[in-house]
Design a binder for this molecule. Structure first.
Ligand code: PLP
Length: 390
């Protein structure tokens, strides 16, 4: 079955034949007797709407076990609870700012955190120690769109008895399935492509191994961080159009990236299709599209800020992956939470602009950006001369 079909197919015959999964908006379930439980007893532990979503997530990521969480961050929080005092986690050096903020809580629990550029597997090989129990990566990364070789890294972590965890938010399961390339755990901010409509905050953890899945299930139940029934339904509804949206967003993004790559005001552009030969080769092997997030620099932080604030169609917003195009300055927004001591090493530069391309008519998006750059150039002599190609 292809992804477009998987997105809309029902995983289970509903009791009354409903073709939209019902919302079981109930916190608790009647038991047959005081000492016997039915299939469900309490929604923190399990709920039929959430269960349907979890089956769908597992199916899309080509795995056996999936868990829906109240946010991408609670999903990551459950994953790092697999670690224990004395362990070490290696993390990619270009991660979402909130992930770094969360990881930076670990040293106080006696868990060491080190950051490494995972785009070169040799760096990871050099960095692994007997204490390393987890390697956490994004590919492509947010916001630089850097690509790491999932299969090569999986080989290294397997040999080191460590888990490879991949944040697959940037591409969605319709473009990339890291578990099929050897990853042990995949997680998502469901708030992005899985929802697609900016109307729900959600997270997902998808796991290959049953023993690991049991641990995640334990944390989800013990901490009560599972996704609520209505939000589970919203995510299920969003997923029905995931493949369709992603396909359109990818093709729009390529056209926007083409436009930006030849614009004289743009100094550098970041998107898998515009990366080096080796990164493109790796990306094409493990993913079926470049995604719809583009980052670019102008060489001038103030100029970049004026561009972002001059767009009309693209909303200034922190998230990505939605049907409508958004624009942001990651340094001040999504990556502002990187702790001060790590900003020089891990934060994106102040002139970096990130665009998440939506499903609008792409000519309208390009026109919005062209006009925003023109307006932003108005009060900047250097930028004006650049924008007119001098
Ligand atoms: N992973 C990535 C790549 C993200 O960009 C984000 C949020 O922006 C998260 C995880 C966290 O997800 P959430 O905001 O749903 O908690």
């Amino acid at each position: 079955m292809k992804n477009a079909t998987r997105c809309v197919s029902l995983t289970e015959e509903e009791r009354f034949g409903a073709v939209s999964t019902p919302i079981y908006q109930t916190a608790t379930f009647r038991q047959p007797t005081a000492v016997e439980f039915g299939e469900y007893d309490y929604s923190r532990s399990g709920n039929p709407t959430r269960c349907e979503l979890e089956k769908k997530l597992a199916e899309l990521e080509r795995a056996e076990h999936a868990f829906a969480f109240s946010s991408g961050m609670s999903a990551l929080s459950a994953i790092i609870k697999l670690l224990t005092t004395g362990d070490e986690i290696l993390a990619g050096s270009n991660l979402y700012g909130g992930s770094i903020r969360l990881l930076e809580r670990l040293p106080r629990l006696g868990i060491n955190v080190r950051y490494v550029d995972t785009t070169d597997a040799q760096n990871v090989s050099n960095a692994l120690t007997s204490r390393t129990k987890m390697l956490l990566i994004e590919t492509p990364t947010n916001p630089f769109q850097r690509v790491s070789d999932i299969a090569a890294l999986a080989e290294l972590t397997r040999a080191n008895d460590a888990l490879l965890v991949v944040d697959n938010t940037m591409l969605s399961p319709c473009l990339q399935n890291p578990i099929s390339h050897g990853a042990d755990i995949v997680y998502h901010s469901g708030t992005k492509f899985l929802s697609g409509h900016s109307d729900v905050t959600a997270g997902a953890v998808i796991v290959k191994d049953e023993a690991v899945a049991k641990e995640i299930a334990f944390v989800q139940n013990a901490e009560g961080t599972a996704l609520a029934p209505f939000d589970s339904w919203l995510l299920l509804r969003g997923i029905k159009t995931l493949d369709l949206r992603v396909e359109k967003q990818c093709s729009n993004a390529l056209k926007v990236a083409d436009f930006l790559s030849t614009h004289p005001a743009v100094t550098d552009i970041f998107h898998p299709a515009f990366s080096g030969v080796e990164a493109r080769r790796i990306h094409e092997r493990q993913a079926s599209g470049g995604g719809s997030v583009i980052a670019f620099t102008t060489g001038d932080a103030e100029f970049s800020r004026r561009i972002v604030e001059s767009t009309k169609l693209c909303s200034i917003a922190v998230s990505f992956g939605s049907v409508n195009s958004t624009i942001s300055l990651p340094c001040y927004m999504s990556h502002a939470s990187i702790p001060a001591g790590l900003r020089d090493e891990l934060a994106p530069p102040r002139d970096l602009i990130r665009i998440s391309v939506g499903i609008e008519n792409v000519e309208d998006v390009i026109e919005d950006l062209r006009e925003a750059i023109r307006i932003a150039s108005g009060s900047n002599v250097i930028a004006i001369s650049k924008a007119v190609g001098e």
